[in-house]
Ligand binder design. Sequence first.
Ligand SMILES: Nc1ncnc2c1ncn2[C@@H]1O[C@H](COP(=O)(O)OP(=O)(O)O)[C@@H](O)[C@H]1O
Ligand SMILES: [Mg+2]
Length: 252
Amino acid sequence: MAKIVLVHSFRGGTGKSNTTANLATAIACTGQQVAVIDTDIQSPGIHILFGLEQDTPLKYTLNDYLWGNCAIEDAAYDVSPEAAKQNNGRVFLLPSSIEAEDMTRILHEGYDVRLLKNGFRSLVKALNLDYIFVDTHPGLNEETLLSIATANILVVILRPDRQDLQGTAVMVDLARQLKVPKMLIVVNRVLQDIDINAVRQQIESKYDVPVVGVLPNCDEMMRLGSSALFCLEYPDHPLTQEIKTVAQSVMT
Ligand SMILES: Nc1ncnc2c1ncn2[C@@H]1O[C@H](COP(=O)(O)OP(=O)(O)O)[C@@H](O)[C@H]1O
Ligand SMILES: [Mg+2]
């Protein structure tokens, strides 16, 4: 059975897109078939990490599927890195349109989450998927709430920041009410002189959710500036090791 993994954060800029892209890649490198769907329709960006620049408009994006213009698999692009292909793994990306007109249309009209849910099912069949990663828009809106309800696994990302901490409490409560089967927390951008175990314990006891990764804030990631996938550029970096640990927690 394919798993839907929703990656969410209460606030923007937490590293959600970078973490999603790297997690999906790490899992594909173990030989799995993975799709990444950009449902951050108001501020799409994860396509950049996979080198799908959208300089010339793509034939189909997720928007086209949501408007009934194509089958969902028509909006899937094979962006598999060599390291994944070598192990028979694949990464497919379903980008959101970066045309201003398309973004404002979705903002104005919203979209039908049931359509998205049915799309997940068709996509799993068409591409023989093991995992679908969903990069969401931060915060809570109706579509996100409904998407959370469709997830098998919710990965919540936060920084050690009091605004993130409070907002995350609201989200964790909601996800519990929506009975998400598995919830995991990843803390990102933790300063390197901070006691990682103390952070882990503090957050686990606050939310009663397992903290499966504490990712360091690092200059290399900032310098990369979303131009590539960190785990492929820095395979031996402690951040890559921690991403792989999170990947294991998602897969078990
Ligand atoms: N662990 C980290 N260390 C340093 N910079 C990071 C780290 N994680 C993310 N960033 C940077 O933070 C910015 C926002 O990341 P992004 O993944 O786009 O966040 P979001 O999708 O939550 O808005 C990017 O410039 C990214 O390079
Ligand atoms: Mg993002």
